[in-house]
Design a protein around this ligand. Structure first.
Ligand code: GLA
Length: 400
């Protein structure tokens, strides 16, 4: 939808135009999966699709929530901001507002608001529609609740530091209001994205670098499983716990804070300390994935795209065999992609258990790729896949 169309929808909902409009993108992760909450590196890009938030103040001291994607609406008094039951979608926004107030005691809601959300990230696709909603809310409400009137909200003078704070607020929202013990990758990518660049982020220190994604004659293609299993917070949180078990067991022979501290050589020395076989597999993935991510970033910088693709494929194999977060749908898509001439690499992206794959495909092979992967997928799963050529966009912004 265009901005004028969104304004029209806002006027229809609330009888007047919105005072402000904000946008935050979804993301696709090129490599570095399930490393963020293990203190490792990730390499995501912001996408051109995401979440929009239109708002105006009201004089009723309530937050009114509407979405063009959802039928449920909510009206929450501004002095009663707490999680709403039954998986209410407004939790992703309420959590951000609550956390802004906790982290920035000077920030106060000075009035109610009439809010309208719209998202075009395919739902359940593992492309961070929830992070986009959190980050757009954090961006809007840090500005709205700021009483200092400085150039950037919450007293920030540095745009990068401000955007990192938006990512932290949003990650806490996901943890506390949605119960997913996630790392910071998704929210960080949505906050710090840059057009035609990927973000090489160290999730321990939050230092990062924008790396140009220059792929001559090659596209980043996202394929959606449309699988009914989407990111299951239970299975995700299990992985987080299994990695903690591995850290505890390794720490008996060598104290570590995070699995990502271990190089592959260190791993050979400490792996026997992990007595739990599941925890050992999970840790082996993390150590290997951290090394692959660093190698992939170097390869991209040197223009060695074929090697980058091989590392993506190795990442999928490890997520399939050691981390066990792929499943029939994602494996079918990736394994079909590997067979297509002109595909440099293909892997699942995001949390797993359904969602999307990301592939590097030569321009001349794109139609062949879609036809072959689409056919294999339908034959093996009975589902239809969808393909999008990724456009790498900027991070959160105010549009109006
Ligand atoms: C989900 C989480 C992220 C990250 C990925 C896996 O997207 O929200 O924090 O852990 O899974 O890499």
């Amino acid at each position: 939808m265009t901005t004028p169309e969104l304004q029209q929808a806002y006027s229809q909902a609330y009888g007047r135009p919105a005072e402000k409009i904000f946008f935050a993108p979804g993301r696709v992760n090129l490599i570095g999966e399930h490393t963020d909450y293990n203190g490792g590196c990730v390499f995501p890009c912001a996408l051109s699709f995401g979440a929009w938030l239109l708002l105006s103040r009201n004089s009723d001291n309530v937050l009114r929530f509407r979405s063009l994607n959802m039928t449920d609406t909510y009206e929450i008094p501004i002095d009663a901001i707490r999680p709403q039951g039954n998986r209410a979608w407004c939790n992703y926004a309420l959590g951000c507002i609550d956390i802004i107030m906790r982290r920035h005691p000077e920030a106060k809601l000075m009035s109610g608001y009439d809010l309208l959300y719209y998202g075009n990230v395919p739902a359940g696709a593992g492309l961070s529609s929830s992070a986009a909603m959190e980050v757009v809310t954090a961006r809007a409400f840090t500005e709205e609740m700021d009483r200092k009137g400085a150039e950037l909200p919450c007293g920030y003078t540095d745009d990068k530091a401000y955007r990192t704070e938006l990512a932290k607020i949003s990650q806490l929202c996901e943890r506390e209001y949605a119960g997913v013990m996630c790392g910071i990758m998704d929210q960080f990518a949505s906050a710090q994205g840059k057009k035609d660049h990927a973000i090489y982020l160290n999730c321990d220190t939050l230092e990062f670098e924008h790396v140009p994604v220059k792929l001559d004659g090659i596209k980043v293609v996202i394929t959606n499983t449309h699988s009914p299993h989407h990111l299951d917070s239970g299975a995700y949180n299990d992985r987080v716990r299994q990695c903690q078990t591995a850290v505890e067991q390794i720490s008996k022979v060598r104290p570590i804070k995070h699995l990502a501290e271990l190089s592959e050589d260190d791993w050979a020395q400490v792996e026997s300390a992990i007595t739990d076989p599941i925890a050992k597999k999970r840790a082996r993935h993390v150590v290997g994935e951290v090394a692959r991510t660093a190698a992939a970033v170097e390869a991209l910088k040197k223009g060695e795209i074929a090697y980058f693709g091989e590392l993506m494929t190795a990442s999928h194999v490890s997520l399939r065999d050691d981390y066990e977060v792929t499943g029939l749908q994602l494996d079918t898509l990736a394994e079909a992609a590997w067979q297509v001439d002109g595909v440099l690499g293909s892997r699942m992206t995001g949390g797993g258990f359904g969602g999307c794959t990301v592939s590097l495909v030569k321009d001349e092979a794109i139609e062949r790729f879609k036809a072959f992967v689409g056919k294999e997928y339908e034959e093996k799963t009975g589902l239809k896949a969808d393909f999008y050529v990724a456009e790498i966009g900027d991070g959160v912004m105010r549009l109006h």
